[in-house]
Each structure stands twice: as structure tokens, then as C-alpha cells.
Write a protein that binds this ligand. Sequence first.
Ligand SMILES: *Cc1c(COP(=O)(O)O)cnc(C)c1O
Length: 395
Amino acid sequence: MTIPFNRPFCDERELNYIADALRSYKLCGDGQFTAKCHRWLETVTGSKRALLTSSGTAALDMIALLLDLKPGDEVIMPSFTFSSTANAVVLRGAVPVFIDIRNDTQNMDENLIEAAITDRTRAIMVVHYAGVACEMDTILAIAAKHNLPVVEDAAHALNATYKGKQLGTIGSMSALSFHETKNIACGEGGALLINDSSLIARAEIIREKGTNRSQFYRGEIDKYTWVDIGSSYLPGELQAACLLAQFEKEPEIYDARVKIWNFYHEKMRPLEARGLLTRPIVPAGCVQNGHMYYVLLSSGEERDSFIQFMGKKGIKCPFHYIPLHDSPAGRQHSRAHGDMANTFDISERLVRFPLWVGLTDEQLELITDSIEEFFSTQTAESTKEKLAVTRNGSM
Ligand SMILES: *Cc1c(COP(=O)(O)O)cnc(C)c1O
């Protein structure tokens, strides 16, 4: 038996909606399904405007365009993130400036932002790791003091909150992802949430190949034309049909994921108490969304042998994020501000557990039993080693 790390929760509803989209012969973007998805996102998050995109990456690319980044401009962000966060900035000729993360939430350390600001800084890009919010009050205060926009990579964070506010609605804009590995999935897909209404008109144009076609469709103008730079960032209706089905199941998906997260968290409590691992921390004021369950092991070697041990049991437990500042493209296109000690350390020791709707109780028991077995063999081995040392020492 193999337990995958992730499996999207699809059933008849997705099939039916996709069939409806096909039968309507309206397959390009911005049809009925897309409109319903926009409404759902705006209602659930409270964002002023939601625009579906072909991926989370596409939404990040749109953010970089909407920030009007120019060559040499800088954007402060964590190095412990996916390549897309940095790529969007680099594609504009601008420079990601990486700062270290906190060693509790694995989010950007808000206390390091101010020292990284230069006269080229144009924005602060936060990433809410595992759907746990960055320390937004402090970050917004620093941004206001320096007159900088805050933008959010909220790819992990749909329906997670910070002091009651939905993540993705706190900065001026944010990117959501509906990639197969995210809570809500349509294969490849994403959304741009716009909270600063002065950006809405330009966002619509950038998304529609630099044309004012959206205004034309609404009957606001009588012909449309090329008015700005842009590209094709909108998904087709088949993608949107799948996504609408997922949105309608979102409360069920959320509950099921949080339940699994809580199960792991309880099961890991005694292991943490014995000093064998560290569980994730959700600070007061933050509500997470069951996107990811991870633990920190005591060393990179132990983490690697854990992944191997679980793999032999047929259980996929991946690591996460090789620090971007230390990657081949990162070394070429970005710079790190200050010491990246936590980023390196966490990247070595973090491991994620399978988390998806449909994991059975038996599978969950097998996973947690295997984790316990790993530590009992580890302990047995280190006891053996200690005994061996003692014996050698006494010889
Ligand atoms: C998944 C992810 C992205 C990219 O989203 P895609 O939809 O795969 O393009 C960006 N940033 C983070 C933090 C992600 O996890």
C-alpha cells in the first residue's frame, strides 16, 4: 500500500460542471463559471475584486506588473518560499532581497525588514507559510512608515485568518493558488485578490493581453483595443468549472483537513514532550486552514533517514523549500540581507506528512504508528551507540 502525500478531492460534481462547460461551447475564459468563482472568492474572502488566473504564479506575475517594478528595484521577501515568489520580481528586472525567517512559524522575520529597506525598495512580499499568518500588524506599520505596499503570497492561505481577517485581504494585493497540491485544486489555477481598488482597472487590462476587453464585455465601451502591457493570465472555463465545484465543497474540505491536522498534532504531542521533534506553532490571533502538517526533526541526517524509513512503508513524506538565495538562479538574480541561519536550519529539518481529504483512519494510524516506530528504532540505535561508547570507554 502506498499513501501519497497529496490527492485532490474530486468527484461527480467536478465531472458534471466540466461537462456543462463543454456542452455550453463556451470554453475560453471569463464565462459563467469564472463569474461564479469570482463571486465566491469575493464573498468568502471579502476582497474588493477577485480575478481567476491560470496559476498562482500568473497571479504573482500580475502583482509584479501592478507594482510597476523597474530594473534595479527591490522587493523584500523570505528565501524560504517557492521559486514563483521571486521569479515574478526577477522577470521585471527587479531584485528579490531575501531576509531570514522566524524559527517558530517559518515566516519572514518581521524584525529584519527595516534593516533591509533601501532607496530601491518598492514592496514587501509576505508568504504565509502553511496557512499561518505573518506578523501583519508589525509589517503593515513598517510598510506605512516607509510608504511601501505590502503584497501577499497567499498560495497556502485560503480561508486562514489573522486577527479575524482573511489572509490575502490584508495587503494591497495577493496571489492564491489552486494547484493540485493546494487545499482547493483545479490542476493548475490561481487567483489575484485586489484590496486596493485603484488597482482593479489596470489588473483587468493586464490579465486580458493589455486590452480593455473586460470593460467592453460589460458594455462600458463600444470597442476594445490595446491600451497597456499585459499577457494572457486568465484560465479557460473548463478550469473554472472544476474550481467552482471545489469552492462549493470548500467547507467540507476545510473541516476534513483541519481534523487531520488536529489528529497529527495530538499524536505528535508525546513525541515532542520526549524531545524527539518540534510541532508547528500557530500564534494567538492566527487561525490556520489545515493546508500542511509538518514537524522539525533534530538534524538534516535524521530528517533524511525519516523520509527513507517512511518511504519503505509506502508513506510519502516530503521535505520543503531549498533556500532560494542559495539556489543557482537565486545566486544570479537576487541577494540575501543578513544571515540566513534559520532558513538553512529549517530547510534541513522540516518534513511534511500526507494530508488530504479521504485519508482513512487506518491510513492515519499506519502513518502515526510508523512515525512512532521510527523513533523507537532511533532511540534503540542511539542507546546501542551509547552502550558501545561506554563499553569502548571502559576497555
Ligand atoms: C504553490 C505556490 C506558488 C505557485 O502557485 P502555482 O499555482 O503552482 O503557480 C507560489 N508560492 C507558493 C508559496 C506556493 O506554495
